[in-house]
Design a protein around this ligand. Structure first.
Ligand code: FUL
Length: 454
């Protein structure tokens, strides 16, 4: 429930690749390459926070194997780098700055390691767990642990320079690793293609499917059993109505074409309006928005990224600052009892909700606004402690002498945002549940007007 309330957080892709201009390092990079000239974790965290981010996940180790913290498990880390005479610790500084800026801290530890000679054998799995143990015990609370699905292939592997393939289903013994995470950070959610808590949305574009269920029974690409690195991507985009597991989707995307910083992409930073559109298509479709903003060779976010983030953050704050339905007089077709009044829809609290009497699956509620308001975004939230109850719903406005439908949609979950084709003005608005698996429990309803980027 706490993770669902975060809605959006940032990704930081930063390592030797930042200095070699690559997306995937081979694993033979000299640690001295990692030498940011003016790394400033506070400035990075400040810029992310201005963008409305609630947390930050750092690539503590990417596929090249270079560790951004002084690990005891390998020499291939900041300890062997000229940077700060081998005394630097990027993980330490980012986690501290995150807390100072009220951002939750998360870790990405690539399972694939192209540097170590141990990769492919059982000793590497021990090393991976030892690295996790360091990250999960030395840097305070962690909200999310991120395991990507890129697994095995050619690499340096301590000088062997060969191709190593692993069996995705058995090699890592993921259940054993997840147990360790549960023990060390019981409040962290674990992300991968198949969870066990949060699932990859099946693309790297930052968008969930129009209908996106938090429930899913994951399947492998060929229809067989799924694994980290082997899922049917289309299914991950939509989830499955009545799926076995509650595995809400997370939409990862970069603010630039690549995950790492490249000079040539300084002019290709997504605009505030593009980021807002991604927010609507991720958070607004019951998923979370994981936005990557890669530090440059100085160890700072590039000015173009900082500006775009700040304007996006302002757009979000201005748009959702005031719920135009607040203060409305409410009239529900059915109310379960005093604790379940429709006023709960407007109290801004996710835990309280409006529910109709037992057996009623198609209730509606009318909002008599204090004055006619102009809006172009509708927000609906379910009380997800009860799962997905609603299959579809519609929103109408009263115009002339009749109700006119202005929006309709399917899955709701933690958050559904609908952007209307154009702003509408109305004094009376109606929310209608058109199909539900049980009496709906709705936690929130809001009307907003998109603020234009300044
Ligand atoms: C993928 C990686 O291969 C990319 O480099 C990036 O880290 C992305 C977020 O995950 O699996």
């Amino acid at each position: 429930m706490r993770w669902h309330a975060l809605e959006q957080y940032a990704f930081l892709h930063f390592t030797v690749n930042t200095f070699t201009d690559r997306e995937w390092g081979y694993g033979d990079e000299d640690p001295d390459l990692f030498n940011p000239t003016s790394f400033d974790a506070g400035a990075i965290a400040g810029a992310l926070s201005a963008g409305g981010m609630k947390g930050v996940i750092l690539t503590c180790k990417h596929h090249d194997g270079f560790c951004l913290w002084p690990t005891k498990t390998t020499q291939h880390s900041v300890r062997s780098s000229k940077w700060r005479n081998g005394k630097g610790d990027v993980v330490g500084e980012i986690s501290k700055a995150a807390r100072e800026h009220k951002l939750q801290f998360g870790v990405y530890l690539s399972p694939w390691d192209r540097n170590t000679p141990l990769y492919g054998g059982p000793k590497y799995v021990e090393m991976y767990r030892a690295q996790l143990r360091e990250l999960l015990t030395q840097y305070g609370p962690v909200f999310e642990v991120w395991h990507d699905g890129a697994n095995g292939g050619d690499g340096f592997y301590g000088g062997a320079r060969e191709k190593r393939t692993i069996d995705k289903r058995t090699y890592y013994d993921w259940p054993g690793t997840w147990d360790l995470i549960r023990k060390l950070q019981p409040d962290a959610v674990i992300f991968s293609d198949i969870g066990p808590d949060v699932r990859w949305v099946g693309n790297e574009k930052g968008v969930a499917a129009e209908t996106c269920w938090a429930t899913i029974s994951p399947v492998g690409a060929d229809g067989g059993p799924p694994a980290v690195g082997d899922v049917r991507q289309n299914d991950n985009q939509t989830g499955h109505r009545n799926g076995r597991q509650w595995l809400p989707a997370e939409c990862d995307v970069s603010i630039r074409p690549g995950w790492f910083w490249h000079e040539r992409e300084n002019g290709k930073v997504k605009t505030p309006a593009q980021l807002f559109d991604l927010y609507l298509k991720s958070v607004g479709r019951n998923a979370s928005f994981l936005l990557n903003v890669p530090p440059d060779r100085r160890g700072l976010l590039h000015d173009n990224d900082v500006k775009s983030l700040a304007a996006f953050g302002a757009m979000l704050r201005d748009t959702f600052a005031r719920n135009l339905a607040n203060g409305a007089k409410l009239q529900a077709s059915s109310v379960r009892g005093a604790a379940y009044r429709p006023e709960n829809l407007l109290d801004g609290i996710r835990g309280t909700y409006w529910a109709p009497r037992e057996g009623i699956r198609n209730p509606e509620v009318i909002f008599e606004l204090r004055r006619p308001e102009t809006f172009d975004i509708v927000r609906v939230r379910e009380a997800i402690q009860f799962g997905h109850r609603v299959d579809s719903f519609a929103v109408d406005i009263f115009r002339g002498n009749a109700w006119v439908r202005c929006a309709e949609s399917t899955s709701i979950g933690a958050c559904r945002l609908i952007l209307l084709p154009e702003p509408v003005t109305a004094g009376r608005v109606r929310l209608r549940i058109t199909k539900a698996a049980a009496p709906p429990a709705l936690a929130g309803f809001g009307l907003y007007r998109t603020s234009q980027p300044g």
